[in-house]
Design a protein around this ligand. Structure first.
Ligand SMILES: [Zn+2]
Length: 253
């Protein structure tokens, strides 16, 4: 008798399997068929994503305005575009919270010069009476690299629709709240960039330490290495540049 398809397993068992699956594989799994997607997206399955996120060392907490699944997708370090699923798309834009290929990104963003935001845009937004308000006070804005600042067009459209329904006083309160929220968003983006940098450094480190060990052994320092228990924390080993210096001189790794 052949085992039942994975989608027919009891939810508790499926959940157990999901928790033991790597985050990147779990994201791929959620896109393989409708029933798995439904299961992994269900409110009752939030515990799976929470557990997966909690298991990642040093990862900033999931922001309140993002679902655990959406956050897991960003931090899974997957290399597929969230728009067209094309591979080779490894860079997450932490400001806009997207991982998109250039073609998909161009289709969803609007670029602008933050030093001279178009007055028409402010009028369309309904904030012309609030001269100090910047676009980045209302929506997530990408830093001006490489082609000017940018925001996700539909995000600004949603804010515009909300502002349209408000009188001036309500708008002022709303803008103040958005401003505070955007400060938090930018802080979180910075924390995510720092986390990615630390992950990259850890990977480089894990690759270079065996090379350094090998080199030292070939130079006849094998016995000393045996007794130097904190070798991995030796400052030259912790560096992630292409060259390092130690008592033996400068080396590349
Ligand atoms: Zn794409």
């Amino acid at each position: 008798m052949s085992p039942p398809p994975i989608t027919e397993l009891p939810p508790e068992m499926l959940g157990e399997i999901a928790i033991r699956t790597s985050l990147a594989d779990l994201i791929h799994l959620s896109r393989t068929c409708k029933s798995l997607h439904r299961f992994l997206f269900a409110h009752n399955s939030r515990y799976i994503w929470k557990a997966k996120l909690a298991s990642i060392e040093g990862l900033p907490a999931c922001p309140a305005d993002l679902s655990e699944y959406a956050y897991a997708d960003l931090v899974s370090l997957s290399t597929s575009c969230q728009g067209c699923d094309a591979s080779g798309c490894a860079t997450v834009d932490w400001d806009l919270r997207v991982r998109l290929c250039q073609k998909c990104l161009s289709a969803v963003i609007t670029t602008f010069d933050e030093a001279r935001p178009p007055f028409r845009l402010r009028v369309r937004l309904g904030v012309a009476k609030f001269p100090s308000v910047k676009i980045r006070d209302l929506v997530r804005v990408r830093s001006p690299i490489p082609h000017g600042c940018a925001f996700v067009t539909k995000e600004l459209d949603a804010i515009r629709a909300e502002l349209k329904t408000m009188d001036v006083r309500t708008k002022a309160v709303f803008i103040k709240q958005r401003k505070a929220m955007m400060v938090e968003v930018r802080l979180h983006a910075d924390q995510c960039r720092a986390w990615v940098a630390s992950e990259v450094h850890a990977k480089i480190r894990s690759k270079r330490i065996p090379l350094i060990r090998e080199k030292l052994i070939s130079l006849g320092w094998g016995n000393e290495l045996e007794i130097y228990y904190c070798f991995d924390d030796h400052p030259p080993c912790r560096r992630t540049g292409r060259t390092y210096s130690c008592a033996l001189g400068s080396h590349s790794a």
